[in-house]
Design a binder for this molecule. Sequence first.
Ligand code: NDP
Ligand code: 2IT
Length: 444
Amino acid sequence: MSYTDEIMERVIRENPNEPEFHQAVREVLESLRVIVEKNEEAYRRDAILERLVNPERQIKFRVPWIDRHGQVHVNTGYRVQFNSAIGPYKGGLRFHPSVNIGIIKFLGFEQIFKNSLTGLPIGGGKGGSDFDPKGKTDREIMSFCQNFMTELSKYIGADTDVPAGDIGVGGREIGYMFGQYKKLRGLFEGVLTGKGLSYGGSLVRTEATGYGLLYIVEEMLKSHGHDMAGKTVVVSGAGNVAIYAIEKAQQMGAKVVTCSDSTGWVYDPEGIDLKALKEIKEVKRARLTEYKKYRPDSEYHEGRGVWQIKCDVALPCATQNELGIEDAKLLVENGVIAVAEGANMPDTPEAFKYLQEHGVLFLPGKAANAGGVATSALEMSQNSERLHWTFEEADCKLKSIMVDLYHHIDDAAKRYGMEGNYVAGANIAGFEKVADAMLAQGIV
Ligand code: NDP
Ligand code: 2IT
């Protein structure tokens, strides 16, 4: 049996009931087959793959918190410190009822390669909780965040592990957690990214994932004789990533006609009204049902459905496995040119393989959404030098990181005879640097 197949079997055996983690590992190992075959002896001897798929450390803890009626609740907190070969652990925190150890491990595993692709010195980690922020008051959110940080603070630090936001964790939550960390540890340091601008946050971090997504899509389109101007775009999600993807797509002259949340989706043929969307989601924290009040001619539908809308570019920006094979078929039938993942692993393996086989330009999340964590690393740099860059400076760096990243994965795919396969290119290019660092640092 090949080394990659052996490892896959072992991952399934040793991590039962973690289908998302299996999915993420399988995709990477399939891509790495070519490179592993070339270096099999060295990799086997040093157990590179065994070490790659086993987190350096997994932390699971109890989070008690008090609601507005005085009732105590208990949630579970996680931090998976996956790989520190190229830098301190870095990756977001997700607060969502669907969170479990398998979800955090899939996200942490993805993060290793994504962070490597940014070209910046950050290792891979992820954390979160099964806490559901929906319907909670500010004070309840604060109580939860403080109690979560009381435990997490023992394991993180500006030079060891630097969490940030993800689903359900934005500026408000980062602020509460930063305050609690500072109080407990007595350290005003860059222990979290995505902080507010008044206490060490970086300009552009809020916009970074969505903007970065559009920068890399534009570069890929340019390389294939297209550009974003005049394109019709379908976006899923209505959170941080989706909102700033829509903003940048519009700035590039594209028309974005959809967005969605966990209850339904909006089709606005005249183009999404971004001001209205920001007010609904960022200010009121309300449901998308509100959108029709601002735009009476738009359509609101319950459930899922954005992929049935005809478009040139599709950008899944909500959550994992939200775009399946039937959706991929519809997109191809409707003539889609490019699909790029703003979310982490939003396309099922069957879906992205179908897109690739039908000539659609497909960018996987670990490349396409790397702008968020890249700008987090820029925030860490600014915190270390105790300086603050301008919006233009940070945005310009983000753009050049995304443009370089595209050529890096394009080159890697070509080097291994898989031109245009950006899934393989991203996995290989991300792995090369991490494997090299692991080999150099000995058995640790
Ligand atoms: P937000 O919490 O800001 O927004 C998430 C959006 O997706 C919301 O519209 C939410 O709807 C919807 N959503 C979440 N879970 C589900 C679900 N199970 N079914 C349907 N809809 C769902 O998160 P982000 O925008 O930050 O994250 C979106 C994706 O991007 C995630 O995959 C995340 O891992 C990834 N990502 C985020 C980065 C960042 O910097 N924030 C960086 C790189 C990737 P509702 O409001 O109804 O819950
Ligand atoms: O998935 C991701 O890359 C993030 N949620 C952002 C992580 C970060 O540290 O900025």
